[in-house]
Design a protein around this ligand. Sequence first.
Ligand code: C2O
Length: 456
Amino acid sequence: MSRSRREFMGALLGGASVAMLGGCTATRSIRQDQAAGPVRRSVTSLAPGSPILTAYQTAIARMKALPSSDRRNWTNQARIHLDFCPHGNWLFLPWHRAYLLFFERICRRLSGMADFALPYWNWSVARRVPAPFWSGQLLDRNRLATPASVADPAAVGAPVLTSILSEPNFEIFGSGRISATNNQRTLSSYGRLEGTPHNYIHGFVGGDMGTFMSPLDPIFWCHHSMVERLWISWEFDRRHANPRDTAWLDRAFTEFCDENGNPVRVTVRETLAYPTTYYRYDDVGPRAEVAGVEAPRSSATSVAGPLDVLQRFTASRPVVSEVGKPATIRISTDPGGLRHGDRALLVLDGVSMNHTEDFSVRVFLNHPYATADTSPEDPHFAEAFAFFHHEDAQHHGNRGTFVLDISDALNRVGAASGTLDVLVVLVPYAGRQLKTRTLAISAAEVRVVKDAVRQP
Ligand code: C2O
């Protein structure tokens, strides 16, 4: 949608000549927008040699040249991620938001470009690692992806993003809760944004991106700028609610440093103001760049808070899926227990996490013969998910919980017979030497939940 809007505006205004638009209302709001700060743009909208990409390269070169005693040093920045990044819990989004903001400020300071803003890689539209990232400072030689590798639409395609942005509950959208006293790296559950496209892109690019030193790859920052863009769109364009729990809002992070290399302390509550204060995106959010063209507004509202679970159907027998040999998890439901129109989540528990760069996973319902070649457009396809995990599992254990939405697939295929067959298909990343070929899941549960809000 944003893309066609941009094309439309481009045709209407002749690209960069937006400022020449006659109407005074539009002119005034363009000036306000310019005063409103740096704009994070799509990498693929930037011309080769654009000032933003040049500044990014300069900043990287200068960060690499800083002594290791300087917190802004390139490797030290990546180590912040290695040592502190929360994954698989509801701190995932705000932590990476703050991490990006301070990194962006360091880039601005070191490049000397006063309005530098981190571009984003829209992997949903541009499914290859963008061309500028294959040379100079933007290249990472350890990648497993090649310039020809194309990301899987089952994990990053437009229907996947539309569905994720329609998710009303923060914990299913942006990963599950932990308590105020839990260590920030405590695993809860992977929400759909983190567990599906976010994790997938880490494994797809591979190399440094497949590990917790992933910020060594300059594409990391543009990947997370895209994740940030989706959170902003979810909150501001789709009007969903962030958590209101103090266990989330008052969580503080002390591991970041500012553009002078001094430590800073930020709380989740403070990060909520960043998108209206420090930067904006070209096509989504409260101050989308093109004046007079509003980002899509939905009338959706959602209630923040834990989900209301009406019914649970559990299968606790462990299964192992192999590449080329999918496993089926059979879940018995009461006859008539799953009704057409129910909102249903599939929770996969104890999913082994040692497979970060080998394959992603597609889940089908009531399809006895699905393979890695079965199209995600097949009506039985439910959702995909992927892994992103440090090889050394010391902080996390090696098991994860994924929460998927199977409502639409369930409505297509039905579950009237009193059993639901969940088929787990491993889909190797193209052109990889696989190190692992199996995936274990210890338990599965279908939860019928009360649907606070569902998009029409
Ligand atoms: Cu903490 Cu995508 O990484």
